[in-house]
Design a protein around this ligand. Structure first.
Ligand SMILES: *Cc1c(COP(=O)(O)O)cnc(C)c1O
Length: 302
C-alpha cells in the first residue's frame, strides 16, 4: 500500500512541553497524516486483512459500517490500492442523497449494499451469520476491523520511533481493536488507556479481553468511561468549541466522533490534576477527519 501512504508524515507533535515543576508532558502521534482517506488507525488495522486476502486468493474484502464510516472508506481505498474488490454492507436504508463518505467509497469501486438497522445489527459483528447476500471469494472483515488480524496490525503503531518513551498511551475506542494492539506491544513501563466513544464500556472491556493475545494478558490498561458525550457520534457545543480551541492553539485538527473526545478527555484529566508527577502522555491521533464532513458547514474553524 505505497500509493499515497506516507508513514514519514506521522510525526510526534508537542501539545504541552515538559513542565519543569510537575514533569508532565503531552504529545500527539499524528497518524491522521498517513493518507487523507485511509487515515490513522485504519491503515494499520486493515494491513493484515489485506495480506491474508491476497495470500488465500480472495478477490476482495467484505465489511460493514455506517454512512459516515471511516472504516468503510478506508477499506474501499485500501482494497483498490491492493487490486482487490470490496463490498460494503451499510447500516440503514439507501438514502436519496448518499453521504460524501459513501460517494468516495463507491468511487473506489466499493459495491454498497444497504440493510435495515436490525438486520445490520445481526450481521455486522460476526463472520458469516446473517449476511444479506451469500458472497464467495470475499474475505469478511468484521465491523471496525475487530479481530486478531486488526490487533496485529494496530500493534505496529507502537513501532514508531519515540513511542516507547511515554508511560501513558491514550487512544479513542470504538471496537477497542486499536487499544488491544497498543496493549499487546506496550513495554513494562507503559500503561494504555482507552477513551470509549460509545456508551458500552462494560461490553467493550470484554471484547478487548477477547482479542488480546495471550502474552498481553496481565498488562496494565484501562478504559475511562466518562467522555463519550452521550454516545456514538453524539456531540455538544462544549466538544465543538474545544475542538476549535485545540486547533487554534496547536494546529491539530480532530474529528468529532473519536479524536475530539480523546483530546478533550486528556485535557480534562490534566485540568483536574489526575496525572501523577512525571507523566509522559502520548495521544494517538487515529485520523477520521473525513467524518467531519457530516457536520454543518462553519461549525468547525478548520
Ligand atoms: C475507527 C476509529 C477509531 C476506533 O478504533 P477501534 O480500533 O475500533 O477502537 C478511533 N479513531 C478513529 C479516527 C477511527 O476512525
Amino acid at each position: 500500500m505505497n500509493n499515497g501512504i506516507n508513514l514519514q508524515n506521522c510525526t510526534i507533535q508537542s501539545v504541552i512541553k515538559e513542565n519543569s515543576d510537575t514533569g508532565l508532558k503531552w504529545d500527539v502521534l499524528r497518524l491522521d497524516r498517513i493518507h487523507p482517506l485511509i487515515s490513522g488507525n485504519k491503515y494499520f488495522k486493515l494491513k493484515f486483512y489485506l495480506e491474508n486476502a491476497k495470500k488465500i486468493g480472495k478477490k476482495g474484502l467484505l465489511t460493514f459500517g455506517g454512512a459516515w464510516s471511516n472504516h468503510i472508506l478506508a477499506t474501499s481505498a485500501a482494497a483498490a490500492e491492493h487490486g482487490l474488490k470490496s463490498i460494503g454492507i451499510i447500516r440503514g436504508e439507501m438514502p436519496d442523497e448518499p453521504s460524501a463518505t459513501l460517494k468516495d467509497a463507491a468511487a473506489f469501486g466499493m459495491d454498497l449494499r444497504f440493510v435495515g438497522r436490525s438486520a445490520y445489527r445481526e450481521s455486522s459483528r460476526t463472520e458469516h451469520f446473517g449476511l444479506p447476500v451469500h458472497e464467495t471469494g470475499y474475505l469478511t472483515v468484521p465491523e471496525g476491523g475487530y479481530g486478531a488480524a486488526g490487533v496485529t496490525g494496530a500493534a505496529e503503531i507502537m513501532n514508531f520511533k519515540g513511542v516507547n518513551q511515554y508511560n501513558l498511551v491514550f487512544c479513542a475506542c470504538g471496537t477497542g481493536t486499536t487499544l488491544a494492539g497498543l496493549i499487546s506491544r506496550a513495554n513494562t513501563g507503559q500503561q494504555c488507556i482507552g477513551i470509549p466513544v460509545l456508551k458500552n464500556a462494560l461490553s467493550l472491556k470484554n471484547e478487548i479481553q477477547a482479542i488480546l493475545p495471550d502474552h498481553a494478558i496481565g498488562k496494565r490498561w484501562e478504559l475511562m468511561e466518562d467522555y463519550h458525550f452521550g454516545g456514538y457520534a453524539r456531540k455538544n457545543e462544549m466538544l465543538i468549541s474545544f475542538m476549535n480551541d485545540f486547533y487554534r492553539s496547536y494546529g491539530i485538527p480532530t474529528d468529532f466522533v473519536y479524536t475530539g473526545k480523546l483530546m478533550y478527555a486528556i485535557n480534562d484529566l490534566i485540568i483536574n490534576n489526575f496525572f501523577p508527577e512525571g507523566s509522559k502522555i502520548l495521544a494517538i491521533h487515529s485520523g477520521g477527519l473525513q467524518g467531519n464532513r457530516s457536520l454543518k458547514k462553519g461549525l468547525l474553524s478548520f
